[in-house]
Write a protein that binds this ligand. Structure first.
Ligand SMILES: Cc1cc2nc3c(=O)[nH]c(=O)nc-3n(C[C@H](O)[C@H](O)[C@H](O)COP(=O)(O)O)c2cc1C
Length: 191
């Protein structure tokens, strides 16, 4: 069974719920999927990341970029970068913000560049955009119309329990896709 690690930060619970949806989708795709809080990683957790076949990165968008605790995790991973310890693993990403745009594409770009610096291979969302025609609706999968990763939009005056099911379903699809990619991927072929 392929191991998929989901490393995320969430200040107020919304991105945590999105992360759980990614985990559930990956588990549904027959992967051994586990959540890791980016701001509470122990040495044992870092060892588990080193053993993962894929790592999915997730952060809320704060001030147009990934949240500071997630960036601290990125910086801490420079120790891994020195040895290219995650090279040839699969990577993917997700983010969540208050506004429909909120400049959250920038957060996914940050995550993709981060993965590239680590020598990883990026798995895109792979769902056509929804909610972009007269027949569309906010209940569509990928209602925000992202390609690089999974996006969610959470109203700033509501808790995580009010998140849109379509955003959580989109996150589950990302998890399933990473699980399918991990099943198909033999990183030894690139080594
Ligand atoms: C410090 C801070 C900065 C934020 N910056 C943005 C932003 O740039 N764009 C946006 O759309 N929402 C922004 N938000 C709203 C959050 O992205 C939104 O509330 C999100 O659901 C928080 O996720 P979390 O509960 O996982 O922390 C910001 C929130 C905080 C606390």
């Amino acid at each position: 069974m392929k191991k998929i690690a989901i490393v995320y930060h969430s200040g107020y619970g919304h991105t945590a719920r999105q992360a759980e949806a990614v985990r559930a989708g990956a588990a549904d795709g027959a992967a051994d999927a586990k959540l890791y809080a980016a701001d509470a990683l122990t040495d044992a957790h870092w060892a588990e990341l080193a053993a993962a076949d894929a790592i999915v990165f997730g952060a809320p968008t704060y001030m147009g970029s990934v949240s500071a605790p997630f960036k601290a995790f990125m910086d801490a991973s420079s120790k891994v970068w020195f040895t290219q310890g995650w090279k040839n693993k699969l990577a993917a990403g997700f983010t969540n913000s208050g506004s429909q745009s909120g400049d959250k594409l920038n957060s996914l770009v940050q995550l993709a560049v981060f993965a590239a610096q680590q020598g990883m291979l990026w798995v895109s969302l792979g769902i056509m955009p929804g909610n972009n025609s007269s027949q569309g609706s906010p209940d569509d999968l990928n209602r925000v119309g992202s390609y690089l990763g999974a996006m969610a939009q959470s109203n700033v005056d509501q808790g995580a329990d009010a998140m849109r099911e379509s955003d959580l379903a989109t996150a589950r699809e990302l998890g399933r896709r990473v699980a399918a990619a991990a099943r198909a991927w033999d990183s030894a072929q690139l080594a």
